[in-house]
Design a protein. Sequence first.
Length: 220
Amino acid sequence: MADLDDFGWLDLDEPFVVGAKYYIKDGNSWELYEYKGFDPKHVVDAFDKDKKSYPVHIFKTKYGTSYKSVPYVEELVSRNLIKPYEEDFNFYQQLNIKKINPENLKPNFVIVFKNGVNVQDTYELQERLLEMGYTWYHIGRRLLTDKDVNGNIFTIESVNWDTSNPLYSRMNATFGDRKVLMLSTLDGSEDNSNKERRLNFIHDHPKVQVIDGDDLLSKI
């Protein structure tokens, strides 16, 4: 477990400030929380005759109130899964995105198109990938067309997901080695939750080569 000194990234005397906002990742994606206070004797079950209690930090999200035990919060901090809120924060900026030439593409990669791209704009890139021995999951060695894709393409990826992490235990740990391609799309809505969730997956896999897709398209 972490020591409370690990909250030093806040540069505050107290670990959290009532009314302040924080990003917390205790599932598949980061969520925005507002700190509501500390309860040293939070009752687990109001109907419990013994009135068992434990100290908790209280947060509020768009889904309701969340009570997180002190040891659990300390564990999240030790794993860098709590971040102070920043108005312009986004996970695209957290990734080590590289601009490369097509011939420098290595196995275990994610190609990210910052604002999405029409599938027709990826035909030459797809052809290059097929020539390199990559195949699409389910449809094999042929071009994806607008009949296969709803919305704009956000990522094209061939990744060995880290299945030792419980969050990704159902993912495939061999796609990168087998040169199997998958993609994610943007549906055009103003809700960026799916986009941020995908970036979260990438953020949790630092060994994955993350490529600037818009730049890559300009070089093919």
